[in-house]
Design a protein around this ligand. Sequence first.
Ligand code: GRF
Length: 207
Amino acid sequence: MIDEPLRIGVLASGRGSNLQAVLDATARPGFPARVALVVSDRERAQALERAARAGVPARFISPKDFGDREAYDAAVSAALDTAGVELVCLAGYMRIVGVAFVRRWSGRLMNIHPSLLPAFPGLHPQRQALDHGVKVAGATVHFVDEGVDTGPIILQASVPVLDADTEESLSERILVEEHRLYPEAIRLFAERRLRVSGRRVILEARG
Ligand code: GRF
């Protein structure tokens, strides 16, 4: 029996290059997941245009229409539910998701962060890496828990930091890895090959 592709929801606030990488990967024949819905908290997010161009349903849900974070998150959850979403991927989503949302999607909520976590969580990780003088930087895909960028790590990739690097040049080098890692993490999840054991994510062999 051939399984239906896993239905994923992507939350994005801006440029949406990671969304694009996911759209491109999921459009390939045989990829075990597809994007069922894109949600943005910003009306002008390029991510919404990318979704439209790919023929994927996309919704701007305005934070201004809701009294607090919980109410906003509940509306996003409802939209994801209606679309039959089974895995939620944060991709440059600039809002911190609340505890109720994290619990609701526990084990089915991923984020991508442009550092080798647990180094440099939070904002401007590439700048933090340069300020710290590290020689190796990178990207992390992780499950989301109740902390900021603290959840179990699924995949990481490293890049060198060069003496001449600026925040922009380092970000670009990391982004190349992000675009490779996120579809790969989604594929592993869709193939049910990710098992969380305490803080660790165990990668199971192909069945
Ligand atoms: C990426 O670097 C991602 O890791 C971070 O925000 C950036 C979003 O870029 N969370 P894009 O919107 O996917 O192009």
